[in-house]
Structure formats: structure tokens, C-alpha cells
Design a protein around this ligand. Structure first.
Ligand code: NAG
Ligand code: NAG
Ligand code: NAG
Ligand code: NAG
Ligand code: NAG
Ligand code: NAG
Ligand code: NAG
Ligand code: NAG
Ligand code: CU
Length: 623
């Protein structure tokens, strides 16, 4: 009786929050160095914060007033029963075309620190991302005041332009564009006036496209209480490492009385950068200001390697793997279903560098995968209908699923699962480039698992190492699992999980979502190739979108790279710049490669024209 009454009360107290979002271009200069076009909402940038309470209904009326497609994802929200509101284009919806309206309509059954961002290409790098805070009326910790803080890397060029150069045969090593700056709450040199003897709850989100950031508030200690919307046992940490898309909720109690001010520094994780431009400031300084009349401590200047090493080596970060969820949810049982993913990067026949899970570079289907599920009836559990290049896996209700990611790449990667938090049950150390650490079921060390593992929705995987993640299939939907470095996502570093297709089919998709498919002539029914009919038609994928074919035989990616260097040297005399990879070139038969490549490039069109843009591309991307 009492619980029924309580239920009634919560329903009554829940409210509907309506947001009208006109998405437009605006000009902004957040780093004080370069004004550029960014994507704002209702003429403003930074974009508004969405702030709601558990059980609220959230309605977001999007009006796309851009000259490009868009979509919104609500990062970390489960969208339980509302898979069509999740946002990634061609996974759960069509891209919203320019001039179209589209409504996101869902209830939130979570609390904590989340964010929303465009899930169209790497568009959120243009600033279409903001806080999504779900307040808790009774948080399991005490604080006096709240501060929301975003960090992120920042590019001076627009995302689409950067992506075109990144995914180009003139960037065969897949060197990621280097950001020009880092931002702290979409600004720099931020001063935060604080009161003495006060406990602040800091909600920290990394909204960057690429780099993790370290955070440190000098002479203060962070107490971690929340990660990615999951409450954890309060745990002290001198500093934080926040990967892209990760969130940390931390408490900071200010000093009893203070006439001094303190530096709050954010540091770009240098290890993720292929080269370090001399003018990139790795360490940026912000302030906790106790006393406005007192002087501010000196800001860190430049990117001196020595200073960086000195600071980063002494950060004393508590490893997020060792945090314990407050729920004390024990380790899930042995998995019913294991998805083992080997991740690599390599070139395909168009010379572009792609990312692969099990040799597949994610290529979007012709029909959004959710719409394939909705229209497939009894064939929905047949993984064959979802395409050869969507890397799809069908999961049944109630299964314990384990995802193993073997990162055979020398980079750190933040992997994110939509629709769930996962238990991080094992994270290996960093391996060697020529000897990556790969999960070995016969190695008892790899099966030593924590009794109460940490749970979150985005996890950093160590270079040449692996992680094991587990979750329970209790949320029907089509869920994307991908690297949140958007450069890598666009290289194809994603898989599609189709969880409980029969249950998904009981959900509905509002008609304005289908309207968005019309201008692009995107079918809203059928398999990954848009075919419907009998089972054999559903399994016929003729005409689906596929990744490019492999490089011609005997034509290795190293050879391709070698050719590029040769061309560069010949055309522009750039002899000394790009040493990395050069050692491999000696063994390559250059003439053979040049003949083949010339033919290949000629088949694809203008070498000279692109060859010229190539030199500037290389300078900016600093391969
Ligand atoms: C931040 O401070 C530095 C000096 O420490 C200054 O060079 C820079 O212009 C400032 N940036 C902004 C946006 O105020
Ligand atoms: C959105 O744009 C439309 C048309 O440009 C305008 O009529 C409307 O007032 C705008 N809404 C908001 C909330 O700015
Ligand atoms: C939002 O969804 C609810 C539940 O399906 C529905 O009753 C309501 O009409 C929807 N509102 C809008 C504005 O689409
Ligand atoms: C950060 O920006 C958000 C809005 O984008 C604002 O609500 C918040 O107060 C800012 N935080 C600080 C510490 O200034
Ligand atoms: C990927 O391709 C390599 C080389 O062709 C092959 O050895 C390997 O088994 C493939 N991996 C998977 C998971 O298919
Ligand atoms: C989704 O809702 C169902 C019942 O409505 C519940 O059993 C399940 O735990 C929920 N899943 C998540 C991830 O919240
Ligand atoms: C926008 O999406 C449509 C499909 O709806 C696609 O044909 C078009 O190329 C996209 N536009 C851009 C600029 O990517
Ligand atoms: C739209 O797609 C259908 C079938 O998928 C095709 O027959 C038709 O020609 C297309 N229309 C345009 C304008 O591309
Ligand atoms: Cu990545």
C-alpha cells in the first residue's frame, strides 16, 4: 500500500520539460585566439544546459537551421523503451536534414552527470554539445554548492573540413588532427570564486573530440563520488584523468579560511598526440579564487616537456578500475554471450587509413538499423539482415554479455556503449607495440576478476592492452558500441548490438522521425540494403554499403606510405620532416609501387590538384 502510494507520488511530482532547440551557426572565440563558426542553439554558444529530475519527461524540439545534417544523442541515458530517441544517425534514426524538425521525447530514470551531443559525423567538435544534468533530490553525499565544468580539446578549423583531410589517402598513417587548444568550460583562464569551508560538488565532463585531460586543483583533494552517472564509494584522488565522454562527480571542501588563491589546471594527455606543435599549450591554468583582492599564482606557460613530465608523474590519480559502486552490485555471472573484438588500424584500397574490429570497418547501412529491426518481423533475430559491414551482433533478453576489446594499437581509446553501463572486469596494462597484450582464456591471470567491479559507460583502454566488459541485456534496443575519439569512429571503429529484437518491435517510432528520411531517399523498411520480402530477400544484401576493397595484392600500406614520402620528397623537397615510418621504406621496391599507385590515383582522378593540398594537409596534421 505504502509503496503504491509512493509510486503515485513520484508520478505526480514528475514534470515535463520542453526545450525548443533552433540549431544555428554562430561565431565564437572561446580560446581568445581565434574566432570561428560554431554550432549554437537559439543563437547562443555555449549551448544550453539541460537540467531535469529523475522521472521527468524531456521533450526536445529540434529545428535544424544548419546547411548540414544533424542529430542529438543523450550520452549515458538508457532510453529504456525509447530506443528511437538515442540519436546516432543510421543506427536509430535518419540524419535530420537542413530545414527539418525532429522531436526527441523520453523520460529519464537515472540521476547524475550526463551530456548531449551531435551524433552526426564528428559535428560535436563544432560545439554542438552541452551538459545534461539529472538532479537527485537525495544524493548519498552532502555538499553545499555545485559547479559544472567541461573540459575539451579545441580545433580552429571546422570538423567537416578536418575530417575530409583526415580520411584522405594523403594521410595514410591516420594521424589525427592536432587540436589548437584546450578549453575549460568553453573558455580559458577561468576564475571560480569560492567560499571558505564549503563543500562543492564538481560535475566534470570531457566534451572533447580526441584527447583525455588531467585535472588537478593544487593543494586540494578530490573525493570521487560519481562516475558516468554511477555513484561510487567516496574515494580520494589528488587528480583525475578524464577520457573523452567520461564524467566525474567529485567533492572538494575548501580551506577553512584562506587569503590565497589556487591553480586549477587542466592538461592535455600528450601521449595521444602524434606530434607536439611548439605552440600547443598542454597545461592550462584556471583558478579557485578565495580572495579577489589577492594575487593569482602564476599561470603555466608553454608546453615545456620537462614541466609536463614533472607534473604528470606526480598527479597521484586513483585508478578508476579500483572504484567501487555504491550499489555494491557484484560481478555478473559467467557470460551467456561473448563478443571478442580485435581492434587494428590499416589502409584499404583507396589509400585511406581505417579502423577495424575483427577486420570490419563499420560502414553505415542503407536503412537505419533500428528501422530494419522494426520492419523485419520474425526475421529480426537473424543477424544476416543487418549487413556485412555494420558489425552487428544479436543479443537476447536477460543474457549476460561480455565484450572483450583487444587493442592492438599503440593509442589509448575511450570505448563507449549506448544504452547501458558495463562492469569493467579486467583492464590489462599497456603492452608493447610488437607484443600487444591480448586476452588469453588460458592465462589464469586474465581471469582474476574483482568481486564488485566498477561500472561506467565509457572506459579507457590502455595502448596495446585489452579490457573485458560485462553487462546484462535488460534494455531492448539497437545500441552502438564505439570509440569516442570521433576521428576513430569515422574510421569505422564501431559495432552494433541488437538487443532483444522482439522487444524492440513493441516500441514505436514517431512519424516525424520517418519524415527526416525523405529528402535523403532513405528507406525506413528493409535490411541493410533496403530489401524486404521473404527470408531470402531479407538475407540478400546486394547493393549494401561496403568498406573499400583491400589494397591490391603485394601493395602494402607501408609501401603506400613509402610512395607518399617519395612523392613528397620529389615534389616539395621535404626531406627531413617525416622520419617516422622511414626505416620501413628501405626494403620497398619504390618503382613498382609508384607505377601501381600512379595508376590507382589516375583511376581516381587528379593527382596534382590533390598533391598540392597534400603539403598543407601534412603541415597541419603534422604526420
Ligand atoms: C589566458 O592567460 C594567458 C596568460 O597566462 C594569456 O596569454 C591569454 O591571452 C589568456 N587567454 C584568455 C582567453 O583570456
Ligand atoms: C526558432 O526559429 C524560428 C524560425 O527561424 C523562430 O520563429 C522561432 O522563434 C525560433 N525559436 C526559438 C526558441 O528561438
Ligand atoms: C511524448 O511521448 C508520450 C508517450 O509516448 C506521448 O504521450 C506524448 O504525446 C509525446 N509528446 C510529444 C510532444 O511528442
Ligand atoms: C560552466 O558553464 C556552464 C554553462 O555552459 C555554467 O552553467 C557553469 O556555471 C559554468 N561553470 C563554471 C565553474 O563557471
Ligand atoms: C582478420 O584477418 C586476418 C588476416 O586475413 C586473419 O588472420 C584473422 O583471422 C581475421 N580476424 C577475424 C576476427 O576475422
Ligand atoms: C528497463 O526497464 C525494465 C522494466 O521496465 C527493467 O527491468 C530494466 O532493468 C531496465 N533497464 C535498464 C538498463 O534500466
Ligand atoms: C545528409 O544526409 C543525407 C541522407 O539523408 C545524405 O544524402 C547527405 O549526403 C547528407 N549530407 C551531408 C552533407 O553529409
Ligand atoms: C529513391 O530510392 C528508390 C528505391 O530505393 C529509387 O527507386 C528512387 O529512384 C530513388 N529516388 C531518388 C530521387 O533518388
Ligand atoms: Cu579511438
Amino acid at each position: 500500500m505504502l509503496s503504491w502510494l509512493f509510486f503515485l507520488l513520484t508520478i505526480v511530482s514528475a514534470s515535463t520539460k520542453v526545450y525548443d532547440f533552433n540549431i544555428t551557426y554562430v561565431d565564437a572565440n572561446p580560446d581568445g585566439v581565434h574566432e570561428r563558426t560554431v554550432i549554437g542553439i537559439n543563437g547562443e554558444w555555449p549551448v544550453p544546459t539541460i537540467r531535469v529530475k529523475r522521472n521527468d519527461r524531456v521533450i526536445i524540439n529540434v529545428d535544424n537551421q544548419l546547411s548540414e545534417n544533424t542529430s542529438l544523442h543523450f550520452h549515458g541515458l538508457f532510453q529504456n523503451g525509447t530506443n528511437s530517441m538515442d540519436g546516432p544517425q543510421m543506427v536509430t534514426q535518419c540524419p535530420i536534414p537542413p530545414g527539418y524538425q525532429f522531436t526527441y521525447n523520453f523520460t529519464v530514470d537515472q540521476v547524475g552527470t550526463y551530456w548531449y551531443h551531435s551524433h552526426t559525423g564528428n559535428q560535436y567538435g563544432d560545439g554542438l554539445r552541452g551538459f545534461f544534468i539529472i538532479e537527485d533530490d537525495e544524493p548519498p553525499f552532502k555538499y553545499d554548492e555545485e559547479l559544472t565544468i567541461s573540459v575539451g580539446d579545441w580545433y580552429h578549423k571546422e570538423s567537416g573540413e578536418l575530417m575530409k583531410k583526415f580520411l584522405s589517402r594523403y594521410n595514410p598513417t591516420g594521424a589525427e588532427p592536432i587540436p589548437q587548444n584546450s578549453l575549460f568550460n568553453d573558455s580559458k583562464n577561468v576564475t571560480m570564486e569560492v567560499k571558505p569551508d564549503t563543500t562543492y560538488f564538481l560535475r566534470i565532463v570531457n566534451m572533447g573530440l580526441f584527447t583525455s585531460q588531467y585535472l588537478k586543483l593544487e593543494h586540494h583533494t578530490f573525493t570521487i563520488v560519481e562516475i558516468d552517472g554511477v555513484y561510487v564509494e567516496p574515494t580520494e584522488s589528488e587528480s583525475l584523468l578524464v577520457g573523452v565522454a567520461q564524467r566525474y562527480g567529485v567533492l572538494v571542501t575548501t580551506k577553512k579560511s584562506s587569503s590565497k588563491n589556487y591553480r586549477f589546471i587542466n592538461i592535455i594527455d600528450r601521449d595521444m598526440l602524434d606530434v607536439l606543435p611548439p605552440d600547443l599549450q598542454l597545461i592550462s591554468t584556471n583558478y579557485f579564487v578565495y580572495d579577489k583582492s589577492a594575487t593569482l599564482p602564476e599561470a603555466y606557460k608553454g608546453n615545456s616537456e620537462k614541466k609536463y613530465d614533472e607534473i604528470v608523474e606526480n598527479l597521484k590519480i586513483f585508478d578508476d578500475f579500483d572504484l567501487i559502486p555504491l550499489s555494491k552490485e557484484p560481478l555478473y555471472d559467467e557470460p551467456d554471450y561473448i563478443i571478442s573484438l580485435d581492434f587494428q588500424m590499416d589502409n584499404l584500397g583507396d589509400g585511406v587509413n581505417y579502423a577495424f574490429f575483427n577486420n570490419i570497418s563499420y560502414t553505415p547501412p542503407k536503412v537505419p538499423t533500428l528501422y530494419s529491426v522494426m520492419s523485419s518481423g520474425k526475421y529480426g533475430s537473424n543477424v544476416g539482415i543487418y549487413g556485412s559491414n555494420t558489425n552487428s551482433f544479436v543479443i537476447q533478453s536477460g543474457e549476460i554479455v561480455e565484450i572483450i576489446v583487444n587493442n592492438q594499437d599503440p593509442g589509448k581509446h575511450p570505448f563507449h556503449l549506448h544504452g547501458h553501463t558495463f562492469q569493467v572486469i579486467y583492464r590489462s596494462e599497456e603492452g608493447e607495440d610488437d607484443d600487444p597484450i591480448v586476452y588469453d582464456p588460458n592465462n589464469p591471470e586474465h581471469d582474476k576478476l574483482p568481486e564488485i567491479p566498477v561500472s561506467r559507460d565509457t572506459v579507457l583502454v590502455n595502448p596495446n592492452g585489452f579490457v573485458r566488459l560485462r553487462f546484462k541485456a535488460d534494455n531492448p534496443g539497437v545500441w552502438f558500441f564505439h570509440c569516442h575519439v570521433d576521428w576513430h569512429l569515422e574510421q569505422g571503429l564501431a559495432i552494433t548490438l541488437i538487443e532483444s529484437p522482439e522487444e524492440i518491435q513493441k516500441q514505436t517510432v514517431p512519424s516525424n522521425h520517418f519524415d527526416a528520411c525523405k529528402p535523403g531517399n532513405i528507406s525506413t523498411t528493409g535490411n541493410a540494403a533496403g530489401r524486404t520480402g521473404k527470408l531470402e530477400d531479407w538475407l540478400d544484401l546486394t547493393g549494401e554499403f561496403l568498406q573499400p576493397p583491400p589494397l591490391p595484392e603485394g601493395f602494402t600500406s607501408k609501401g603506400y606510405f613509402a610512395f607518399l614520402i617519395c612523392t613528397l620528397v620529389a615534389l616539395y623537397g621535404l626531406v627531413t620532416i617525416y622520419q617516422y615510418g622511414m626505416e620501413d621504406i628501405k626494403t620497398v621496391d619504390n618503382e613498382e609501387i609508384m607505377t601501381r599507385l600512379n595508376k590507382l590515383l589516375n583511376d581516381h582522378g587528379a593527382l596534382n590538384e590533390e598533391g598540392i593540398s597534400l603539403s598543407s594537409n601534412l603541415e597541419e596534421n603534422s604526420i
